[in-house]
Ligand binder design. Structure first.
Ligand code: CP
Length: 309
């Protein structure tokens, strides 16, 4: 396979296993490029990309911008808080105004699930979903799997547990699709109130006991409690959540084997993960961030190749 089967990256749900392998092979090349003294390639000198963020972001926004600049694309950045969205402009009007400045690709983060899908049907540009509400965060799942492949040699056959706030997590859903597509086995672990009822219909196991889940897995992906998406109380207190579902070095050391620890960030140190675990040799949290640039370069490069045809 030499090109992606899709014209937009809206979710892992729309990808084939071959798409993921093509993205990984392309990212392998770009990872080598960004570790050279000259970190830039001229591939996308004729492409203009708009990063439009309606929600706060550190990793994803900076990583996309760096990926675009490493590929020599022209880049414009838009933050809703400082824009005419505040004056009542709609999403379509905002994006069409940006596109009239001859923009080829839009990277969008939005609090509403389906925002990227909506845009792809209504504007003439290639769309990359950088996180849409609690729906999908496809580039996060790609960089997560790429990091597992880098640490463990492959994703196929690995056992991955995703721990914490599954209900409000776009990272969980995208990871479930990506891991299963590559032949990994997935479980989720957390309080029942934070696990959606439909999850088992996706072929995902459910475990409410953290120790059992950790003893089962090769990789634990620890998620943040997304208080900004919660209008109810889902557990008695943060302290009790940490006692039952927080990962600390005592639990980690008591396991039968050495597992890999991941976190998409931002971390709430001392809540879902202690500092000594987050900063330990078993943690690949900063590798995930580093790999995010190579993965996003690969996705942008492959989608831009389809625009140029
Ligand atoms: N992992 C992630 O999406 O982080 P940001 O919200 O900082 O982009």
């Amino acid at each position: 396979m030499s090109e992606l089967s899709v014209n937009h990256l809206l979710g892992i749900k729309y990808l084939k296993e071959e798409d993921i392998q093509l993205i990984f092979e392309t990212a392998d090349h770009f990872k080598e490029v960004i570790n050279r003294s000259i970190k830039k390639v001229p591939s996308l000198r004729d492409i203009t990309i708009a990063n439009i963020f309606f929600e706060s972001s550190t990793r994803t926004k900076l990583s996309f911008e760096l990926a675009e600049k490493r590929l020599s694309a022209d880049v414009i950045n838009f933050s809703a808080g400082q824009s005419s969205v505040k004056k009542g402009e709609t999403l379509i009007d905002t994006v069409n105004n940006i596109l009239s400045m001859k923009v080829d690709m839009v990277v969008i983060r939005h609090p509403n699930p389906g925002a990227g899908i909506f845009l792809s049907k209504n504007v003439n540009a290639s769309i990359i979903n950088a996180g849409d509400g609690a729906h999908e965060h496809p580039t996060q799942a790609l960089l997560d799997s790429f990091s597992i492949r880098e640490r463990l040699g492959s994703v196929a056959g690995k056992k991955v547990v995703i721990v914490g706030d599954i209900l409000h997590s776009r990272v969980a859903l995208s990871n479930i699709f990506a891991l299963q597509l590559q032949g990994a086995e997935v479980k989720v672990c957390g309080p029942r109130t934070l696990i959606p009822k439909y999850i088992e219909s996706l072929g995902v196991g459910v475990e409410t006991n953290l120790r059992k889940a950790l003893n089962w897995c090769d990789v634990a992906n620890m998620l943040r409690i997304q208080k900004e998406r919660m209008d109810l109380s889902y557990f008695p207190s943060t302290r009790e959540y940490t006692q039952q579902y927080g990962l600390n070095s005592a639990i980690l050391k008591s396991l039968d084997k050495e597992i890999v620890v991941m976190h998409p960030g931002p971390i709430n140190r001392g809540v879902e993960i202690t500092s000594d675990v987050a900063d330990s040799g078993q943690s690949i949290i900063l590798d995930q961030v580093e790999n995010g640039v190579a993965i996003r370069m690969a996705v942008i490069y492959l989608l831009a190749s389809k625009i140029k045809q």
